[in-house]
Design a protein around this ligand. Structure first.
Ligand code: IVH
Length: 675
C-alpha cells in the first residue's frame, strides 16, 4: 500500500469518526439530528469497512465500537448495572437471512430457530431500577454504560409504575422505550412553532428532548410519554427461560409491553410477520421503524453472546423508507456554515410514515440537475425515521406543460457574491467569509455544545444579532454586553444578564473546544481533540506546516491542508488574536504520550462512582495521556480500581479479586507522581 492511500484512508476515517460523533451528539444529546438514519447508517458502514480493510485504523473509541453518546452535562450520571446495548441492522431480506444462518450455525441447529419478533419502537431507550419493588432510578441509555439520571422527569409519565405489581425480587432493572404518540408529537410541534421555537424533527427526538428537560420542565410533555418495556436487565426470576417469558413477567409487574409481537419459528415466518407489521405501520399511533428479531431461548442468547456494541442474538430488521408523493411549491437555496449552497424543495405538506413533511433536501447542483426537479412538479419523497426527507424522483407524467428547468443561482442568495464551484467538489459555495448566512451558521456552531457551549445563544437570537449588525464577525460575540442585548426583541433584563454570564463562562475553555469553535473545515470535535493533545497549545499548532500537521496520528493530508490554510489566512489569525484579547483562554493540554507509552503504560484502570474533582471522562483522558488503559470491568488483569462516591458493584469485585483500590486523591497522586 502506498503512503498516499494509507493517508487518505486515515483522513477518511478521521472525517467519518468526526461526522458520526457529531451526528451522534446531535441525535442523542441535542435531540436535533441533521441527517437521516439511512444516511447515518451509510456513513457507519463505510467506516466499518474502512477499519476492516486498514486494521491500523482500529480504535476502541471509534463510533463503530461504541453505543450512543456520552451523558450530557446537567444530569447526574448513572452507571448501568448491565450495559445497555445497541442493535445491528438488517437492511434487506438477504441480510436477515444471513443473520439467521449465522445463528443456526453457531447454535448447531439443524431445524428452524425460534425467534420472538417485536416492533422496533422509535423512541428513547431507558432503564428503570426498582429496589424492593419501588422505582428508585430512571436513566437514559447514554453511551450504554453510563446514562443520565432522569428519574424526576420520568416520574411524571403515567405509564411508568412507581411500584411493581405482585412479587418482585429486591433489585429489578427494566429496559424499554419511551415514545411520544404521533398525534401528541404533531400537537407539540404546532405549539412550538406558535411560540417561535424550532419544531422537533420526529417523535423520537421529541421524546428524548422531553426526557432531557433541565429547566422550566414542561410536565404536560412528560405526561404524554408512553413507556413500553421489552427486557429485564437484572432480577429476572430463574424460572423464566425465554424472551417471551420475560415479557410476560414484565406484564405481571405492571408494565405495558409492545403489541404486535409474536413468536416465529424460522426465518420465513419472521419475514411474513415483518411484512404484516409493515402493512399496519402507518395506521399505528406510534412510530416504528422495523422489527426487532430476537432469539427466543435465553440459553441460546447466552451461548451466542454479545459484542461490545450489540448482542449477537438479535437484529433490527429495518423497514424500507416510507414514500409519498406531493407537489413542489418552490425551491430555495440555503447557505451553510462553510458557504455550501444547498437547494431545498418546499413541499405541499404531506404525511409520510406518520409525520407531516414540508421540506426536502435536494443536496446539490448535480443532484437537482440529474433529477431535474422543477417548481410545480409532483415528486416522490421518502423518509426512514428520517429527519430531512429526500426527493426520490419526479413523476414526469404529471409535469405541467411549460414547467421551467431550475436554474442554479450564480450568486449567493444572501450576500449576492458570485458563487464558486471548485473542480473536484460537488458543492457550490458562497466564497464570502463575511456572508451573513455563513456568519450565522458559524456563530451557531461556536455556541454549540461540542464547541463553547454558550447556553441561551440559540438560533433565533443568532439571526437577530447578525441581521441587526450587532455581530459582524465571530469575535464580536465576546463583546456582547447587557446594553447591546437589551436592544434586541424579546430580550429581558434577566435573560440578558444570564447570557452575558454564559458568554463569560464560555471564555474559559479547552484548546480542543476552542479549535472546534473556530469552524475550520474538516475539524470537528475528534480532530480538534487530536490536534490539541498533540500540540498542547495554540501557538505551536498555528505555526505548524502541512507536513507536521499530517504527522499527527489520525490526521491525514486533507485535514492538514485545511488547518494550515485556515491559519495562513491573515483574517483568521486576526480573529484568533482578537478573541484572546477579549479574554478567551484555555488550559494547556498535557501533550500526549504516544498511545500506550508513558509512566502508567501497562497499567489497567477501572473507574467507578463519582470521582472528586474530575469527571470519569476526564480521568480516563488523563490516565490515557500517561500511557495507562481504562476498561469497563474488573478482572484479574486490572491494576487499580478507582472508586469515587457511591461506587457500584465493581468495588466489591475489586475486593473479591484483591485488586488495589484507589480513591480520587490516590489517583491524583499517581497521575502527579508519574509526570
Ligand atoms: S432490545 C440488547 N427491543 O432500538 C438488545 N430494542 O437500535 C437491545 N428498541 O437501544 C435492545 N424497540 O432503544 C429492543 N423491541 C425492542 C426495541 C428496541 C426499540 C430500541 C432500543 C435500542 C435500539 C437499538
Amino acid at each position: 500500500m502506498t503512503a498516499a492511500t494509507k493517508g487518505e484512508a486515515a483522513d477518511r476515517a478521521a472525517f467519518l469518526r468526526d461526522e458520526l460523533n457529531r451526528h451522534l451528539r446531535l441525535y442523542h444529546v441535542e435531540d436535533a439530528p441533521e441527517i437521516s438514519d439511512a444516511e447515518y447508517d451509510r456513513l457507519f458502514r463505510e467506516l466499518e469497512e474502512l477499519e476492516a480493510a486498514h486494521p491500523e485504523l482500529r480504535d476502541p473509541e471509534s463510533p463503530t465500537q461504541r453505543v450512543g453518546a456520552p451523558a450530557a452535562d446537567g444530569f447526574a450520571e448513572f452507571a448501568h448495572v448491565v450495559p445497555m446495548l445497541s442493535l445491528d441492522n438488517a437492511m434487506s431480506e438477504e441480510e436477515l437471512r444471513s443473520f439467521d444462518e449465522r445463528v443456526a450455525r453457531e447454535l448447531e441447529r439443524e431445524d428452524r430457530v425460534e425467534y420472538r419478533i417485536e416492533p422496533k419502537l422509535d423512541g428513547a431507550g431507558i432503564e428503570l431500577v426498582y429496589e424492593d419493588g419501588m422505582l428508585t432510578v430512571g436513566a437514559t441509555r447514554g453511551d450504554g454504560r453510563v446514562g443520565e439520571d432522569v428519574t424526576a422527569n420520568l416520574r411524571h409519565s403515567k405509564s411508568i409504575p412507581r411500584k411493581l405489581a405482585g412479587k418482585a425480587p429486591g433489585s429489578v432493572s427494566v429496559r424499554g422505550e419511551v415514545v411520544l404518540p404521533v398525534a401528541r408529537f404533531e400537537a407539540l410541534n404546532a405549539s412550538r412553532l406558535e411560540r417561535g421555537l424550532d419544531p422537533f424533527a420526529n417523535p423520537r427526538n421529541a421524546a428524548a428532548g422531553s426526557l432531557r428537560q433541565l429547566h422550566d420542565v414542561d410536565t404536560d410533555r412528560l405526561r404524554a410519554l408512553a413507556f413500553f418495556a421489552y427486557a429485564v436487565g437484572e432480577g429476572l426470576p430463574a424460572k423464566v427461560k425465554t424472551q417471551d417469558g420475560a415479557v410476560a413477567q414484565l406484564e405481571k409487574w405492571g408494565f405495558a409491553t409492545s403489541p404486535h409481537a409474536s413468536v416465529c419459528l424460522g426465518v420465513d415466518a419472521v419475514i411474513e410477520a415483518h411484512e404484516a407489521l409493515l402493512a399496519k405501520r402507518d395506521a399505528l399511533p406510534i412510530e416504528i421503524d422495523g422489527t426487532v428479531v430476537k432469539v427466543n431461548a435465553l440459553a441460546d442468547q447466552a451461548e451466542l453472546g454479545t459484542l461490545s456494541r450489540a448482542p449477537r442474538w438479535a437484529i433490527a430488521f429495518k423497514f424500507p423508507p416510507a414514500q409519498e408523493t406531493t407537489k413542489v411549491l418552490g425551491i430555495e437555496i440555503q447557505v451553510g456554515r462553510t458557504g455550501a449552497l444547498t437547494p431545498v424543495a418546499k413541499l405541499e405538506p404531506v404525511h409520510v410514515g406518520g409525520v407531516t413533511v414540508s421540506n426536502a433536501s435536494l443536496h446539490n447542483r448535480d443532484e437537482i440537475e440529474r433529477k431535474d426537479v422543477r417548481v410545480g412538479d409532483t415528486v416522490v419523497i421518502q423518509r426512514a425515521g428520517d429527519v430531512i426527507p429526500q426527493v426520490v424522483a419526479v413523476v414526469k407524467k404529471k409535469r405541467k406543460k411549460g414547467a421551467r428547468r431550475f436554474r442554479f443561482p450564480k450568486k449567493c442568495p444572501v450576500c449576492k457574491s458570485t458563487a464558486v464551484r471548485l473542480e473536484d467538489e460537488v458543492v457550490t459555495r458562497c466564497p464570502n467569509l463575511d456572508c451573513p448566512a455563513q456568519l450565522k451558521n458559524n456563530l451557531r456552531h461556536l455556541a454549540g455544545r461540542g464547541a463553547l457551549d454558550i447556553e441561551g445563544l440559540g438560533s433565533k437570537l443568532v439571526d437577530q444579532l447578525v441581521e441587526r449588525g450587532v455581530v459582524t464577525r465571530l469575535s464580536d460575540v465576546f463583546r456582547l454586553d447587557s446594553e447591546k442585548l437589551l436592544e434586541l426583541e424579546r430580550m429581558g433584563e434577566k435573560s440578558a444578564a444570564n447570557l452575558v454570564a454564559a458568554i463569560e463562562k464560555a471564555k474559559s475553555t479547552t484548546l480542543a473546544r476552542f479549535l472546534t469553535a473556530l469552524g475550520i473545515r474538516h475539524v470537528g470535535e475528534t480532530v480538534a481533540e487530536l490536534l490539541a493533545r498533540h500540540f498542547g497549545d495554540l501557538d505551536p499548532l498555528m505555526a505548524a506546516d502541512v507536513e507536521s500537521l499530517a504527522a499527527v496520528e489520525g490526521v491525514g493530508p486533507i485535514i492538514a491542508e485545511s488547518v494550515a490554510a485556515f491559519f495562513a489566512d491573515a483574517r483568521n489569525r486576526e480573529e484568533v488574536k482578537t478573541m484572546r484579547e477579549l479574554g478567551v483562554t484555555w488550559e494547556k493540554t498535557e501533550p500526549a504520550a504516544p498511545r500506550g507509552e508513558g509512566p502508567l503504560s501497562g497499567k489497567v484502570f477501572v473507574l467507578t462512582g463519582t470521582l472528586d474533582g474530575m469527571t470519569r471522562t476526564e480521568a480516563k483522558k488523563r490516565i490515557e495521556a500517561h500511557g495507562g488503559k481504562v476498561t469497563g470491568s474488573v478482572s484479574k488483569k486490572t491494576s487499580y480500581v478507582v472508586a469515587g462516591e457511591d461506587p457500584g458493584s465493581k468495588l466489591a469485585k475489586a475486593r473479591e479479586l484483591e485488586v488495589e483500590v484507589l480513591d480520587s486523591a490516590g489517583l491524583e497522586a499517581l497521575l502527579t507522581d508519574s509526570r
